[in-house]
Ligand binder design. Structure first.
Ligand code: RET
Length: 260
């Protein structure tokens, strides 16, 4: 199929197309809002959190532009064993590719907020990239149904590493850094929403095909809206109001270690 035909197939499915366009609009608004919110931030660590967080809607607007244009969407014939075996299934693989760029930014922002050391930050970021790239491999494998799920399982193993760092390591670090309140809010939001992605992958056309392509796309788009734009807004609002605390985390003077 040519790119024009894929583009037309995407646009003719109003439910699918709207799930993509809404994110382009919201990502654009978020970029403008976040640049405005960050205009007076001066501490380098707070600025780094801003830059990482601002990358999230910037990657998102690029990702969704790739999807609406048909550039990062393919019709793939599903292997024997799949519920839609032999059929050409619309696969928006650009999503999985761009998660490899956007989700590390979310983790960098969270890690900096928690006062993570470099080892944990590195581990979380590489495991996260591993999760996204193997998720992409799962979606693009058309030779074997079993191997799609093997990729899925590998991706889940990477995800467990990310969850462990978020829930155990950084939660503890944030206590010491004096950022536990906001960190815990964002941690819960992140963990709950991120768990939704592998669930919808498994239920959608890529996996068991219980849900159709447009519904799955709306599920991802809805989770993206909260996991990206709302998450980023809450984080940046807190950073603007608590720049001093963020600066102290950098110099190892987090309120916890100051001893009251
Ligand atoms: C996949 C399928 C394979 C198994 C796992 C997955 C996890 C994906 C996640 C995605 C998060 C995306 C976000 C995007 C916002 O920019 C790849 C679906 C574990 C957790 C937060």
């Amino acid at each position: 199929m040519t790119q024009t035909q894929i583009f037309e197939a995407v646009q003719s499915d109003t439910l699918l197309a709207s799930s993509l366009w809404i994110n382009i609009a919201l990502a654009g608004l978020s970029i403008l809002l976040f640049v405005y919110m960050g205009r007076n931030v001066e501490d380098p660590r707070a600025q780094l959190i801003f830059v990482a967080t601002l990358m999230v809607p910037l990657v998102s607007i690029s990702s969704y532009t790739g999807l609406v244009s048909g550039l990062t969407v393919s019709f793939l014939e599903m292997p024997a064993g799949h519920a839609l075996a032999g059929q050409e299934v619309l696969t928006p693989w650009g999503r999985y590719l761009t998660w490899a760029l956007s989700t590390p930014m979310i983790l960098i922002a969270l890690g900096l907020l928690a006062g993570s050391n470099t080892t944990k930050l590195f581990t979380a970021v590489v495991a996260d990239i591993g999760m996204c790239v193997t998720g992409l491999a799962a979606a693009l494998t058309t030779s074997s149904y079993l191997l799609r799920w093997v990729w899925y399982a590998i991706s889940c193993a990477f995800f467990v590493v990310v969850l462990y760092i978020l829930l155990a390591e950084w939660a503890e670090d944030a206590e010491i850094a004096g950022t536990a309140d906001i960190f815990n809010t964002l941690k819960v939001l992140t963990v709950v929403l991120w768990l939704g992605y592998p669930i919808f992958w498994a239920l959608g056309a890529e996996g068991l095909a219980v849900l159709d392509v447009a519904i799955t796309s709306w599920a991802y788009s809805g989770m993206d809206i909260v996991a990206k734009y709302l998450f980023a807004f809450l984080l940046l609002r807190w950073v603007v109001n608590n720049e001093r605390t963020v600066a102290d985390v950098a110099s190892g003077l987090g309120s916890g270690s100051r001893g009251g």
